[in-house]
Design a protein around this ligand. Structure first.
Ligand code: DGP
Length: 112
């Protein structure tokens, strides 16, 4: 399977890692939309939020346990936004589940 984020997990494509454990990886977005813009991904391939099910949802809980630690390490004391684009209407460009963590400035009130 030709997946960009799987290649990042494997180390075939370099990334700026901010957190890693045996199950997940967090790295800086190549096109940051806020002073802090981190992507948090499972190391296993799940195509999108649509691919979350009873068999693999523990990894999502693990990601959401890690996000507050990542936010703290990034100094996001005033808050942050977590976003996952799913499918074409949401403009998902990389078909490997990922959560954007955005912060470091006052974000826009509108999300759509
Ligand atoms: P989305 O549009 O929600 O699928 O977000 C995909 C994000 O992935 C987008 O914000 C840009 C980022 N991205 C794409 N290619 C690379 C890459 O090679 N390295 C890194 N660090 N980020 C990438």
């Amino acid at each position: 399977m030709d997946c960009l984020f799987c290649a990042i997990v494997k180390g075939d494509i370099p990334s700026t890692k901010v957190y890693e454990d045996e199950k997940i990886l967090a790295f800086r977005d190549i096109n940051p939309q806020a002073p802090t813009h981190v992507l948090v991904i499972p190391k296993t391939h799940i195509p999108s939020v649509d691919g979350i099910n009873a068999e693999n949802s523990a990894i999502v809980a693990h990601i959401f346990e890690a996000i507050p630690q990542i936010a703290k390490a990034e100094g996001l004391t005033e808050g942050y936004r977590v976003v996952s684009n799913c499918g074409d209407h949401a403009c998902q460009s990389v078909k490997h589940l990922h959560f954007h963590v955005l912060g470091g400035k006052q974000l826009a009130d509108s999300m759509a």
